[in-house]
Design a protein. Structure first.
Length: 249
């Protein structure tokens, strides 16, 4: 919970990660925030939590967090953070999204993605966590990560269970969640969209999002790829902690 002189920051991890993936960022935040980095349903210590769906994950966040808090999300965690910002409204004092998207606007494309996610979930259930982790590390959007980041991510992924990840993909994947493109104008919290310089896809997405969110800015981190908080934790910590007044808001 927030102390009298420290705000609270809730950090939501990406698919196949756990809350421990935020440790380098939390270390660099120091005492500036009371940080909460929980395992999202289907992951880590919450691998067996059911159902692994949006409504219950937002409820988990709501119960963990104080009345007002900053919300930070990466990739899947960013999609969830956007959804939570609409549900929790004034409780969110600031939103920081890393490599995040509001989802797929076209209903047909979203249905095709959901079918593809279902096939992948079936494959995950038939794999060991070691097999799936090695396969997922070769996803194109994750290419170019430094060796030390790859090693740390591998350790974190092995904290998961195939069955849990499959449930999370079915309930929280891009195909499962509704598109928020038409609702971005309702995001009331000041929003920072963080992308890596090498992540061309999500840089374009962030640009389109910033045009629709009332109070939004984009921060491009030089040399980083999709998982900016893993590749550049010090920069991400400063982005989270930097007061809005110093950002020219």
């Amino acid at each position: 919970m927030a102390t009298a002189d420290r705000p609270t920051c809730v950090l939501l991890h990406g698919f196949t990660h756990t809350g421990r993936s935020w440790a380098p960022v939390i270390d660099r935040l120091g005492g500036r925030y009371d940080s909460i980095a929980c395992d999202i349903r289907g992951h880590g210590d919450a691998a067996d939590a059911v159902p692994a769906d949006l409504e219950n994950v937002i409820s988990d966040v709501e119960q963990l967090a104080p009345t007002r808090f900053a919300l930070v999300g990466y990739s899947m965690g960013g999609r969830i953070a956007l959804q939570a910002a609409l549900v929790l409204g004034p409780r969110i004092e600031r939103l920081v999204l890393i490599g995040a998207s509001p989802g797929i606007a076209d209903a047909g494309e979203r249905a095709r993605r959901r079918a593809a996610d279902e096939r992948l979930a079936d494959e995950i259930e038939q794999s060991t966590i070691e097999q799936f982790s090695a396969s997922w590390a070769r996803t194109p959007v994750l290419s170019g990560q430094p060796p030390e980041v790859l090693a740390a991510v591998q350790v974190d992924r092995l904290r998961n269970k195939p069955a849990g990840l499959a449930r999370a993909l079915r309930g929280l994947g891009t195909g499962a969640l509704p598109s928020l493109w038409s609702a971005l104008g309702e995001i009331a919290a000041p929003t920072t969209l963080v992308v890596g310089e090498r992540d061309a896809k999500f840089t374009a997405v962030a640009s389109a999002m910033a045009a629709q969110i009332p109070d939004a800015e984009i921060v491009v981190v030089p040399g980083a790829g999709h998982a900016v908080h893993l590749e550049a934790p010090a920069q991400v910590a400063e982005i989270i902690a930097e007061p809005d007044t110093q950002r020219g808001r």
